[in-house]
Design a protein around this ligand. Structure first.
Ligand code: GTP
Ligand code: ZN
Length: 340
């Protein structure tokens, strides 16, 4: 440890070789900035000297930017010049409309937040895990409201069974212990993002992690706006500093999480099944009834449960139905690898 190099200010912001390698000689006069909040008409970014409002070209659409993005800007005008490739990106299909909605970028760890009550739903958690795998972020399940149940162990066991080596942390979001329990993912330069349904305690946890400064930091987001029905909703996402550590991105509650365009994530989550498919006698085996099916053989000998194969099949079908044919599961594979 004594020889450890101190991170530079940029590295404390989450900068790494992955981004440095994208800098070209022509970029010499530009400075890197990290996007801290995205609003309908403006974007705030953080640089080593503090936060700035990014100037955008007239044709820019703020929906193309994600909180956590790294961009290059002109230091004198703060004019946006170009966005650097993303190391990870978490996006989802909105309830209405087409395309994907950017949720957060360059997130090292995705905290999938659910509470120790009726919100706990293994099927939904499975979808989040697939999304995290697809995004390229490491998933951690956070069970909030552990103080309000006698069955924490039960929730914890069920969550741990979802994926091999999955960290599951049960906590009380109001308690300062929460920061201690999550410390291994919140180190200097690390970025975490919180996702989960409305009301599971994401904002509460962000408050606890960031300390009292968060509440007064109205400027950087978490603004409550009114939607069309006059309801109060959290619409903005934003990047907040964790004192003495990394960064946390709060995201609005997600009502319905659709599975679409996530072939790679499904393959990772169900790697045990996917790896067997090439051993089936028929190349187009549906693993339902064919002779010589390696997947059915594994179910028979108890390697995995028939329900797991069922869940895999239904997610593959849902993904196929919802993925536009232009960027369908097959077409995506070649362009999707690591470049977002
Ligand atoms: N007992 C207990 N209550 C909690 C805990 N975490 C959150 N709460 C309460 O649960 C309610 C909802 O918490 P929020 O933090 O607003 O939930 P959210 O996930 O940010 O909700 P959205 O902003 O709608 O996405 C609040 O009344 C919190 O005080 C916890 O760990 N224990
Ligand atoms: Zn088969």
């Amino acid at each position: 440890m004594t020889n450890a190099r101190l991170p530079t200010s940029l590295e404390l912001l989450g900068w790494s070789d992955f981004f440095a390698d994208q800098i070209e000689p022509a970029d010499e006069d530009l400075v890197p900035r990290r996007i801290a909040s995205v609003h309908r008409a403006r974007i705030e970014a953080i640089g080593v000297t503090g936060s700035v409002e990014l100037e955008l070209p007239a044709n820019a659409n703020t929906a193309d930017f994600a909180v956590g993005d790294w961009v290059l800007a002109d230091p004198s005008s703060d004019m946006f010049v170009r966005r650097l490739d993303r190391k990870t990106v978490f996006q989802r299909r909105p309830e209405v409309g087409r395309g994907q909605q950017l949720v957060a970028a360059n997130v090292d760890t995705l905290l999938i937040v659910t509470s120790c009550n009726a919100d706990f739903n293994p099927d939904r958690l499975e979808r989040y895990l697939i999304m995290a795998n697809q995004a390229g972020s490491k998933p951690v399940i956070v069970l909030t409201k552990a103080d309000a149940t006698d069955d924490v162990g039960l929730f914890q066991t069920q969550a741990e069974a979802l994926q091999r080596d999955l960290p599951v942390i049960a906590l009380n979001g109001h308690s300062a212990d929460a920061g201690f329990l999550l410390r291994s993912w919140c180190g200097a330069g690390q970025t975490i993002a919180l996702v989960g349904s409305s009301g599971v305690g994401k904002s509460t946890l962000v408050n606890t992690l960031t300390g009292p400064a968060y509440g007064s930091k109205q400027k950087t987001g978490n603004i409550r706006e009114y939607d069309a029905q006059g309801r109060h909703t959290t619409t903005a996402r934003s990047l907040h500093a964790i004192p003495g550590g990394g960064w946390v991105i709060d995201t609005p509650g997600i009502r319905t999480l659709y599975v679409s365009d996530i072939t790679d994530g499904i393959d990772t989550f169900f790697a045990d099944i996917v790896e067997l498919a090439p051993l089936c006698r028929f190349r187009d085996c549906t693993h339902l009834h064919e002779p010589g099916c390696a997947v059915q053989a594994a179910v028979k000998n108890g390697t995995f449960a028939a329900e797991r194969v069922e869940r895999w099949r239904s997610l593959v079908l849902e993904n196929r139905d919802r993925t536009p044919t232009i960027s369908g599961p097959r077409g995506n594979k070649s362009v999707r690898k690591k470049k977002y």
